[in-house]
Design a protein around this ligand. Structure first.
Ligand SMILES: CC(C)(COP(=O)(O)OP(=O)(O)OC[C@H]1O[C@@H](n2cnc3c(N)ncnc32)[C@H](O)[C@@H]1OP(=O)(O)O)[C@@H](O)C(=O)NCCC(=O)NCCS
Length: 170
C-alpha cells in the first residue's frame, strides 16, 4: 500500500481532516459538494472517533499530513464492524489507500469477533459505490432503487434513503 504505514487517528488528525474536508470529499463530483453536504459531512466527523473509537479509527500520513483515513467502530453484541467514514486526499486517490485501510479494519474486526462488515453512502456517490462493490466486494442491501442503485429506504431519516453495503468477514 505505497509503503505508507497505518496509525491510529489522533485529535490533531481529526482537526486537520475537518480543516481540509473539501480535499478529501469535495473533488470527485463538484455537483455533490453543496453547502448542505459539506455541513452534513462535517457533522459526521465526531470527536467520538478519536476519543471512544480510536482502536478502529485509522489514518495514513505522508510527510506529517493525513492523506487517507477510515473511522469505524465495532458493535460487539451484534458482531458487526461498521466503517463509518473513509476518504482519501486529492492526489492520493486510486492508489489503494482506502483498500489498505479496509484491510486493517477488517483484520481488527475479525480479531474482535465480528462476522459482518457494513458501510453506508448516498446513491449519488458513484466513486464510493464503485469502490465498495468492486474493490471491497461488498453487496448492496435494500429493495428500492434511487439513482439506479439499491437503497434502504429512510435509513438516515424520513426520505433519506441510503446505499447500505455489507460483506461477511470470513
Ligand atoms: C471512495 C474513496 C474512499 C476510494 O479511495 P481510493 O483510495 O481511491 O480507493 P482504492 O485506490 O483503494 O480503490 C480504487 C478502486 O475503487 C473504485 N473507485 C475509486 N474511485 C473511483 C472513481 N472515481 N470512479 C470509479 N471507480 C472508483 C475502483 O474500483 C478502483 O479500482 P480501479 O482503479 O482498478 O478501477 C475515495 O474516492 C474518496 O475519498 N472519495 C471521497 C469520500 C467518499 O465518498 N467516501 C466514501 C463514503 S463513506
Amino acid at each position: 500500500m505505497n509503503g505508507l504505514p497505518i496509525a491510529r487517528a489522533t485529535t490533531a488528525d481529526l482537526e486537520e481532516i475537518r480543516r481540509d474536508l473539501e480535499e478529501f470529499w469535495g473533488s470527485e463530483d463538484r455537483a455533490l459538494w453543496t453547502p448542505e453536504r459539506k455541513q452534513n459531512i462535517s457533522n459526521l466527523h465526531s470527536v467520538m472517533y478519536v476519543h471512544e473509537f480510536a482502536d478502529t479509527s485509522y489514518v495514513v500520513r505522508e510527510n506529517d499530513r493525513v492523506v487517507a483515513y477510515l473511522f469505524g467502530f465495532i458493535v460487539e453484541s451484534r458482531r458487526l464492524a461498521y466503517a463509518s467514514l473513509v476518504a482519501v486526499r486529492d492526489g492520493y486517490k486510486k492508489r489503494g489507500l482506502a483498500a489498505g485501510l479496509y484491510r486493517a479494519f477488517a483484520q481488527d474486526a475479525r480479531a474482535g469477533g465480528c462476522v459482518l462488515l457494513r458501510a453506508v453512502t448516498v446513491s449519488e456517490n458513484a466513486p464510493s459505490i464503485a469502490f465498495h462493490t468492486r474493490r471491497i466486494g461488498m453487496t448492496m442491501q435494500g429493495e428500492c432503487r434511487e439513482n439506479g442503485v439499491p437503497v434502504v429506504e429512510n435509513y438516515a431519516g424520513i426520505g433519506k434513503h441510503r446505499v447500505v453495503f455489507e460483506k461477511a468477514l470470513s
